[in-house]
Write a new protein. Sequence first.
Length: 322
Amino acid sequence: MKPKVYIARSIPKQVEAYIAEHCDYEKWEEESAIPREKLLEAVRDVDGLLTSGTAIDQELLDQAPRLKAVCNASVGYNNFDLAAMKEKKVMGTNTPSVLDDTVADLVFGLMLAAARRIPELDRFVKEGKWEKGDDSPLFGLDVHHTTLGIIGMGRIGEAIVKRGKFGFGMNVLYNNRRRKPQVEQELGITYAELDDLLKQSDFIVLMTPLTPQTENLIGRDQFKLMKNTAVFINASRGQTVDEDALYEALSEGQIYAAGLDVFRDEPVNPANRLLTLPNAVTLPHIGSATAKTRLDMAMCAAKNLVDAVSGRTPANLVEELK
Ligand code: DGY
């Protein structure tokens, strides 16, 4: 008998076909996110679950006595209650590596868009406001040959460094819970304490996973340390930043601009004040959203799933559950 799994999010056909070769399965057929009660019902008799972002907590685990593995189609796994999963001996996997360059590209897109005011000036042109004469009100900031500060030096951080250092001639500082001497040497980057990084950087990129230690990492005190010309980028998770403090920093000119791929509530509440600011570039959490990368992520999650429910150790078991 094949193991039984539930696919709780949409995945490409070829990934579904791969799962079908190895498992019996049911899946959530709709485009909208699966409602919690449907998910709780669906996990009752399955060995594995493919998902992303859904809370995997005590309540869900209690409903799923056969569950052996939850496989996220994302690199982030802040949706896992790691202690509860460990207790129930449920494996948890993510999709590292396959999305690094795609997310790093998007981070540079946000840096360029925010510094050179690309979305704002795109609207300006389309609204017929472009006239001959003094164009100094349209000036932005240079990205090249400035200082880039990256908070969170994982694989995506390294991909950002390469672009900054070798493409844009930037000086790169980083902060990470563990210092990485080999990366410092290989890529020519400098470790800085968080406050120093915030004071010295022209571009500050938040790329850290969401953990109890990084929740609200950047708030009023941190924005106050930044240069008035700083551009702040968040491509990690919304909960790492105090959004009220960010709004104040942007609207009061404490910092120059922000590029945000993530929000505390997603989809973002249309009434969120950050959406009213011309100097905040706002995206719907699309760091990894290219067709190729999303296919690679879904396939990576599917392989983890099949391995886990077939009695093999999946390649991307998350560190805390090893
Ligand atoms: C992830 O995979 O966790 C990213 O946030 C997706 O963009």
